[in-house]
Design a protein around this ligand. Structure first.
Ligand SMILES: [Zn+2]
Ligand SMILES: [Zn+2]
Length: 133
């Protein structure tokens, strides 16, 4: 956890947000839903919901991607931006959407048992089947 203030947004700028406070390390999720929505695997940090201020939401739309989770994206440019689980007090946001430098580092690959077959990760990297996060 690092106390920082970072901003981020979508490709066209019609969704912008600022995160103040501790940001979780980046997790790389290989589950099939994350692969579909991102086009590869999904790299996300997260923070307590009250620390994430979505101050420009003109393009923001939410897709109910499972019974408990919604994904926020920009309806104008297509950027995948948020993952929100009804049972969690945190909001996940795309690490790639943050304006750099972020000061973050990557913690682990999660749901690695769900990874597709066209890529490999470095053997030194931490891979987890499923997720305890
Ligand atoms: Zn956009
Ligand atoms: Zn996932």
């Amino acid at each position: 956890m690092t106390a920082v203030s970072v901003s981020g947004g979508c490709l066209c700028g019609q969704v912008r947000f600022t995160v103040k406070g501790p940001l979780r390390e980046v997790l790389l999720c290989h589950c099939s839903q994350c692969r579909k929505t991102s086009g590869h695997f999904w790299a996300a940090s997260s923070a307590p919901r009250e620390c994430v201020d979505i101050h420009q939401d003109t393009g923001l739309r939410w897709f109910q991607s499972s019974k408990e989770a919604r994904r926020g994206f920009c309806s104008l440019c297509g950027s995948s931006l948020f993952w929100s689980h009804a049972g969690k007090q945190t909001l996940s946001f795309a690490a790639g959407a943050l304006d750099g430098p972020t000061g973050l580092s990557t913690g682990a690959h999660i749901f690695f048992d769900d990874a597709s077959d066209y890529y490999r990760v470095h053997p030194d990297e931490n891979t987890i089947d499923g997720s305890s996060y």
